[in-house]
Design a protein. Sequence first.
Length: 394
Amino acid sequence: MKKVYLDYSATTPVKPEVVEAMLPYFTEYYGNASSIYEVGREAKAAMNVAREEVARLIGAKPSEIFFTAGGTESDNWALKSIAQDLKAKGRGNHLITTKIEHHAILHTCEALEKQGFEVTYLEVDHQGMISLEALEEAIRPETILITVMYVNNEIGTMQPVKAIGEIARARGVLFHTDAVQALGNVAIDVDHDRIDLLSMSAHKIYGPKGIGALYVRQGTRITPFIHGGAQENKRRAGTENIPAIVGFGEAARLAGLHLQAHIEKLTALREKLKDGILSAVPEVVYNGHPTERHPGNVNLCFKYVEGEAMILLLDHLGIAASSGSACTSGSLDPSHVLMAIGLSHEYTNGSLRLSVGDFTSEEDVDYVLEKLPAVILRLREMSPLYEAVQGGRA
C-alpha cells in the first residue's frame, strides 16, 4: 500500500543533512557549552553558528535569538514575561490578540486574565483575516502587547504582519507574533515587519522536535521565564541541548537556501490538490485566504461528513492527514478557528487539513485525488442527514 504523508503542518521529517549535522554532538563533541575547556568550547562554537543561521532566516542579529524547548515555551515566555514586567512598572495591563490563535497563545492569555490582565480577542472575517481598523480601535492607553500569529496553523491564512507592526510601533505597543507555521515557508524580516518578539520551532522546518527559539528585538526587556544558571545570556536557564540546537541551525540554513524553490513547489502542489478536490467533490468549502496563505496548506470542510471517520479511512489507505491542529486532535469540540470564520457545525464537523511539504510528490497528490472522493461518498452514504437530503431531491 502506498504511504502518503500530508500533515507537514503538524510536523516534518528531519532531513538527512540535519541528522548528519547533529550526530557528532551526541558522541564526539559532547561538551557542556558553559564549560571553558576544549570540548565545551567546541559545543559553544557550534551553538553560536546555529544561532547565526536561525537569526539569518528571519533577518535578526544572533544576539537577539534565545533558544527554547519549542514554540509553546516561546509563546508563554513572550506573553507572560512582557506582560508581568510592564504591569509591574505601571505601563498597563491590556493585551490584544485574535480568536484564531494557537492554544499556546489563547491558553496563556486565559492564564494572564486570571492574574488581573485584560485581553481583547479580535474577530476575523470569513477568510481568517483581522481588521486593521478594529485593531487600532482596540488599542487603549494601558495596552502593552499585541500578539497576532503570522500564519494560521489550521486554515493557513497569513496576516498583514507588516501593517500590524507599524500600527503597534506608532502607538508605542510591543508586537509579538507566533511564526511557528510561517518560519521557512514565507520570507520573514523582523526589521521590515516591525516585529519585537517572534516565536519559532525547529520541527516545522525539517529539524528536530523539542527545540525552538524566541526572537527578542535588541532593547526590548524580557525577564527570565526559567530560572537557574546563566545560559542564554542569563535569559533562559538550563544546560543547552546542543545536538538539537545544531539541528535547528542546519534546518534554518537549508530553509533559507532553498526558500523560493520551496515556496514555488508547495504552492503548485497545493493548487493541484485543492482544484482536484473541489472539482471532484460537491458541497465542500475551501477555508482561508485564497492567496495570502501558507504555500502548502489546503483546509476543507465537507458537508455530511464526520472528520475523525474521514481521517481513519484515509489512514487505512495509507494517507496521513488531520482534521485541524495536532495539538487539539484529542478534542471532540469543533475547531475554534473554523467557528471564528463563521462556519456552521455541519461543516466544521467535516474538516480536513492537508499540508504538503518538501518530500511530497505529484504522484502523492494524484493518489489522494484518486482515493479521497470515494471516502467522502462512502461516509455521506452512511449519514442519515445526507440520505434524507438526497431523498428530498429525488
